[in-house]
Ligand binder design. Sequence first.
Ligand SMILES: Nc1nc2c(ncn2[C@@H]2O[C@H](COP(=O)(O)OP(=O)(O)OP(=O)(O)O)[C@@H](O)[C@H]2O)c(=O)[nH]1
Length: 214
Amino acid sequence: MAFDDECDYLFKAVLIGDSAVGKSNLLSRFSRDEFHLDSKPTIGVEFAYRNIKVGEKLIKAQIWDTAGQERFRAITSSYYRGALGALLVYDITRRATFNNLRKWIDELREFGDSDLVIVLVGNKSDLGQKREVAEEEGRELAEREGLCFMETSALENLNVEEAFLQMINQIHEITRKKLLEAKMNEASTPSAGKTILNLDEVSETKQQTNCCLR
Ligand SMILES: Nc1nc2c(ncn2[C@@H]2O[C@H](COP(=O)(O)OP(=O)(O)OP(=O)(O)O)[C@@H](O)[C@H]2O)c(=O)[nH]1
């Protein structure tokens, strides 16, 4: 997490998944409300920003998109460095992209932060007649792996906002807890008599639990 002048927090999040599952279109839909039927494979890394208000705080989400194709991918470790969230995307009309999720989850666990918030996304839900992966299969995998889950359509703009916001809200929640823990640690050291804890903030944090918090 970082800070800049215009916003309270700057979060980095990443998009991953096989080629042509719709990562770039999910990002363009979320950041600019655009969709491209003829989008070209991503080469290297691209990113986009969007400002979101969560409670009283203004969050700037910086979202990175890289190629699904191995030969076009940027160096993996730097792609994940500093990321607090990830949208892991497959295409509900191509089972191979679902079968490959194991590889992506292993990569996330290897290179990602231990607190990384991961939302599993089954994209192209508008193509129901070509479906090869049942919604239930996505949900079960997500439950087994402790991830959030959502089916989306970048084309029809279904659940796109929700998927990103779910990730951003979870990141915000985890960050708040960490800041609070740091404050409490500070308060419990003898030299930190000046730190005043806001007990409303503590109880509010305790009450908020949801599927992504592990
Ligand atoms: N029907 C439908 N097509 C989609 C949807 N999202 C993306 N597409 C199409 O799928 C193709 C690939 O989309 P991209 O967004 O470029 O996929 P990507 O995952 O970024 O691909 P790489 O850059 O190669 O990793 C394009 O032809 C898009 O128009 C969707 O929700 N529904």
